[in-house]
Design a protein around this ligand. Sequence first.
Ligand code: ATP
Ligand code: MG
Length: 782
Amino acid sequence: AHLAASPLLAHLNSEQLAAVTLPAGHALILAGAGSGKTRVLTTRIAWLLQNGYATPGGVLAVTFTNKAAKEMVTRLSAMLPLNVRGMWIGTFHGLCNRLLRAHHRAAGLPQAFQILDTQDQLSAVKRLCKQYAVDDERFPPKQLAYFISGCKEEGLRPGSVPAHDSDARKKTEIYQLYEEQCQREGVVDFGELMLRSHELLRDNAAIRTHYQQRFAHILVDEFQDTSKLQYAWLKQFAGDTVDGRLQARGSVIAVGDDDQSIYAFRGARVGNMTDFVREFDVRQQIKLEQNYRSHSNILDSANALISHNSQRLGKNLRTVQGPGEPVRVYEAETDTQEARWMVEEIGQLVQHNGFERMEIAVLYRSNAQSRVIESALFNAGMPYRVYGGLRFFERAEIKHALAYLRLLENPHDDTSFLRVLNFPPRGIGARSVELLQDTARTAGCSLHDGVGAVAGKAGANLAAFVAMVRALRAQTQGLSLREIVEQMLESTGLVEHFRSEKEGADRIENLQELVNAAESFVMQEGLGRDAVALPTQSPASQGLDPDSPAPDEPPARMPDGDTGETLSPLAAFLSHAALEAGDNQARTGQDAVQLMTVHASKGLEFDGVFIGGMEEGLFPHENSANARDALEEERRLMYVAITRARKRLYLSRAHTRLLHGKTRYNAPSRFFDELPEGALKWITSRPRGWGIPDSGALNGYSSSAKDPFGFQSKTPSSPPAVLQEAAPAQGLRAGMAVFHNRFGEGRVLSVEGRGDDARTQVHFPRHGTKWLVLSIAKLTVV
Ligand code: ATP
Ligand code: MG
């Protein structure tokens, strides 16, 4: 009882309380969406710190996104009078970055190593292929990049990749060359961050032991989506494996929901859950069964849907909230109309139901769907924000600016060197670049170092570029990060260049935003020249100081007692730019509608959620058509989407959709059939806009597109003459209830045409809206 007296624990239910106050030891918390898993995790950390069971330096917490990590730190700061800023809370990649910076020498990396994002990785592979004249028909660079990432995920270095045939040998050879290139340039890709830090711990007993003793408490959110390598990485922190048995000390708590495992395509392995229970000899398993997020119509829909999956660990979810509003289903003629409807509905929610825009999310299965929605929002003047589209740091002009900054840190970064060598244009042609690349390859040096060996006019131009970068480096010595960025924008002529470009205003604005981003990064990280270090709580009486620097590492400068050398604010900012997952775009703070893929919505919640494109081939995705496992993953994805909603959920689909340059006529998603009818409300399409396709979207109506049921998969291309209620065919009129052999009961929406051509649009609650040819379809009036 005295436990619950603490305000920290006041609102927890008994299972949550048990999870938060678990005694030391390993535990698995397996629970459905919205049951408070993340909240339990955060509260447990606070509870451990507050009661002196842990120090800020003794906790390692892995979250799924940077946003989640930030939120956790913010919440902890609010709960506790401690400096929690420097705590090891972050994503796998973020934490790997931190580890490698602290032990860069042991890891064989330059301290200011740069991080390649997926885009950079691909261009590095492309460059390599070109250099070694790899046949890109037989070995497309994208596939090679995928192959390399796959090997790293499997923990395989080129030397240990099983190469059975000549193709595999060739790919492995390229992998080897790629590794050498990265090493030479001092860059690491995302897979390398994971693998390199795993190897660092595996091969350095002193470092490993240090962290094992330091992190008495390890907590992992969204455990169902960890990959094999990530799990192996965690085990290194937990303890040594002796005679095949893991001697895991301390306390590892994994939190997850098997029904929300949606990253199998990226190597996620639900099997980690069962392995975890076995290998850590987990005695404590807690289930949370109360959902605090959603009204019951929403929750019932999620439960009914996911019950169609066969591969489940099994758990229940109930809510104490009332049924709330029904789940609304809308069927549009076209994707454009669907988007327009969404915007209208969002407007209503904001104006009449007191919803905040930022509490409304539009989710979609594929990124390509966002364009139409964005343009509808834009036309309506409704502020919105897209997560995970082209991230701020991925825009071309920002990439250029970052490349200059990276060269200041490391002139041997060839990817950056090539990106800006002739940007803004300074008369360095493709021939000169080739010449330089050849020279550098022969000499086995970076492009930067190869410049001196190029003769003639080409050589002079190249030398001028190198001198410019060198001068900039000298000019920016001792400047603040903000000043460095400003100076770079000016000296390199980037801003000047865009000023002369027609569409350049936007880009200049973004570059300006980069200055702001640098500024706020410094503030957030406390890197300012006048930053005052807050004292961390003194370590618990364990004899050993868990916050002391790791062996072989010089003393720390960072205020949190972190290990590692001083990393320049610029280097820190550059890794932030590479790692930040787009969930913290510049220009935040505005009350804007949130747009994102279902994948990106994991762990988040909103008052209102729209899920568009509920069509076969789109959601479930067509790639899943013939594989049960893939279909089950689609269903889990749908489960994630539905469970993001607190109060209002909208599902929609369009009869025709322009996607990837093609018009598609999609049947309604099978998921509609798996939702409880009682929780749904089908919104009847409004007459206006019916059958008026976007110009050029339809190829014309073909009367041969009939099936034996009289079902036409195509919509007439000529707009039906509004509603032809006045011209009844076979006595049918809009509003009548009818019965169809295949689709069951439905309601007539409209009738048009005469004689053999007469057709009707009928809405069937379970199958959506169909156009039927009356002379063929057997319709009876009920
Ligand atoms: P997901 O599976 O989607 O990640 P989750 O299990 O992590 O969900 P949380 O995000 O932690 O769930 O919690 C869902 C919502 O319920 C949050 O708004 C949280 O603050 C709220 N919540 C959790 N537990 C309680 C509680 N005991 N009392 C009131 N609200 C709670
Ligand atoms: Mg969560």
